[in-house]
Write a protein that binds this ligand. Structure first.
Ligand code: FMN
Length: 468
């Protein structure tokens, strides 16, 4: 709780930042209920982005899924299906929003810096300085098979490439001086002579000579997000990111331990604590009373784990195609097949599947659960918070004032109306507690997040890129 004295906390004036993660079709978003609208229509994206802006959110956020998941060779349509290219989608949203940041998850494994830096800079200019780039390396060989070069880079090489990629993108964005473009028609030229510097990339990963074609935006260049949880991923974030999209925001102690770990890595990288924001992904279920909230959360869970999703999730655990299995029948009799090393289902491997299956069997026997009921009770769950607007606001105020998080990237479980009660009920409760803005005070994503502006000559967090 906030305690009797709200100033008796490490960060009494801390503010909570919200992003909204529009997931589209996946097993956390209910698609098969009459309350659900389209997961892919432009109208749904517009509605969610405008609702988030009404709620003074910092950012609208899209993930990346370049290849459909499969379970045992069968396409699984309830994850990452229908996700459009994020930059294209966000460019459309830039036209129907005015303040909210627009963050594109785009990988560094299958792209090239000159191309991607230019596309992101385009979004940043088009939106008046509201673009963000969530840097991911993409964690499976499955996606790699989409690409001509085929295959896959191992974990360490993916992060080596990501680091060089981000440094290259920054060098390209910094290729134009802040004051390169004439501000008056009386100026002798549109671009000041000498204000555009060619970038010469000579690294392990990239050899290119780039003359950047776009000037800097109102916020300098896109805000850098990072999502990746390994030691390499955290170090990468500490060196390069402005925001971490983490998976540590449900349990207070876990969130604080993660934040402390990141702060230690930030210090080691020579950066100030205030240079980075931590926004864990979460779902939020709100009810008028605690009992109503719990009841709603149980309904959400049942709706998320449809019979098809139960079979797909169990299939991942058993490493078998279970699509012909009866979800309302008992658990499969077979033992799980050893997990292969290819990440062939397009999802993370489950290292201790044998033990998990043993625990599932014991619990199913003890409670008389079907396979689907077992997945509902014990399967992978969306990280989340459940409560009344008041209890959630107290809880979140505690999280942010203790420095465990800087906010949340919220995934609505229903599209397009799932954000409405967060904006209409939770935001006012947070505002009453003084932990949430009552108006936007800036126009750029960098300003919303309270991050300092980066001049094109500011090399403070950049690592050397060979340029001349
Ligand atoms: C919260 C979170 C969200 C992520 N979202 C995506 C995504 O939308 N697309 C994607 O390809 N990878 C995504 N990733 C995975 C990243 O590709 C990441 O590089 C991968 O987890 C491997 O890095 P790690 O071993 O450091 O976690 C996400 C990871 C996290 C933790």
């Amino acid at each position: 709780m906030t305690g009797t004295d709200p100033t008796d906390v490490p960060r009494p004036h801390a503010q909570l930042h919200f992003g909204v993660f529009f997931q589209g079709v996946n097993h956390w978003t209910i698609w098969s209920d009459p309350a659900s609208g389209s997961q892919i229509s432009p109208e749904s994206y517009r509605r969610v982005a405008q609702t988030a802006e009404r709620g003074l959110f910092d950012a609208f956020f899209l993930g990346e899924g370049l290849r459909l998941r499969e379970v045992g060779g069968r396409i699984h349509d309830l994850d990452v299906a229908g996700r459009p290219d994020a930059i294209t989608q966000l460019a459309a949203l830039a036209a129907v929003t005015g303040r909210i940041g627009l963050v594109s998850t785009t990988n560094t494994t299958f792209n090239e810096p000159a191309d991607l830096a230019r596309r992101l800079a385009g979004l940043d200019l088009l939106s008046g300085g509201r673009a963000g780039w969530n840097v991911v390396t993409t964690d499976n060989a499955w996606t790699g098979e989409n690409f001509r070069r085929g295959g896959f880079l191992d974990h360490a090489d993916r992060y080596r490439r990501a680091e060089e990629f981000v440094n290259a993108a920054r060098a390209i964005w910094d290729g134009w001086a802040d004051d390169a473009v004439a501000t008056s028609a009386d100026a002798p030229s549109w671009a000041r002579p000498g204000a555009i510097s060619p970038v010469r990339l000579r690294g392990e990963q990239f050899t290119a000579d780039v003359t950047p074609s776009l000037p800097r935006s109102r916020q300098g260049h896109p805000v850098i997000f990072q999502a990746g949880d390994s030691g390499d991923g955290r170090d990468f974030a500490a060196r390069n990111a402005d925001v971490i999209f983490s998976a540590h925001g449900t349990d207070f102690d876990d969130a604080l331990a993660f934040a402390d770990d990141i702060r230690a890595r930030l210090h080691a990288a020579g950066r100030a604590e205030d240079d980075l924001r931590i926004l864990p992904g979460t779902s939020i279920v709100i009810g008028a009373t605690p009992a109503e909230a719990e009841e709603k959360a149980a309904w959400v869970r049942r709706e998320q784990i449809t019979p098809a999703t139960a079979l797909a999730q169990a299939g991942l655990l058993w490493n078998l195609d279970l699509s012909d299995h009866d979800p309302d029948g008992p658990l499969p009799k077979e033992d799980p097949r050893p997990q292969d090393n290819t990440g062939a289902f397009g999802a993370a491997r489950i290292p201790d599947a044998v033990n998990i299956v043993r625990r599932w069997r014991e619990a199913a026997d003890a409670n008389g659960w079907s396979l689907r009921e077992t997945v509902i009770e014990l399967g992978q769950r969306a990280r989340g918070h459940v409560g009344t607007p008041q209890s959630l606001a107290d809880k979140f105020a505690r999280f942010v004032r203790h420095g465990a998080i800087d906010g949340f990237n919220v995934s609505p479980y229903l599209v397009p109306d799932g954000l409405d009660d967060i904006v209409d009920l939770l935001v006012p409760a947070l505002q009453e507690r003084g932990v949430y803005r009552t108006a936007y005070t800036g126009t750029t994503l960098r300003e919303h997040l309270g991050l300092r502006h980066r001049e094109s000559s500011d090399k403070s967090t950049r690592h050397p890129v060979k340029q001349q």
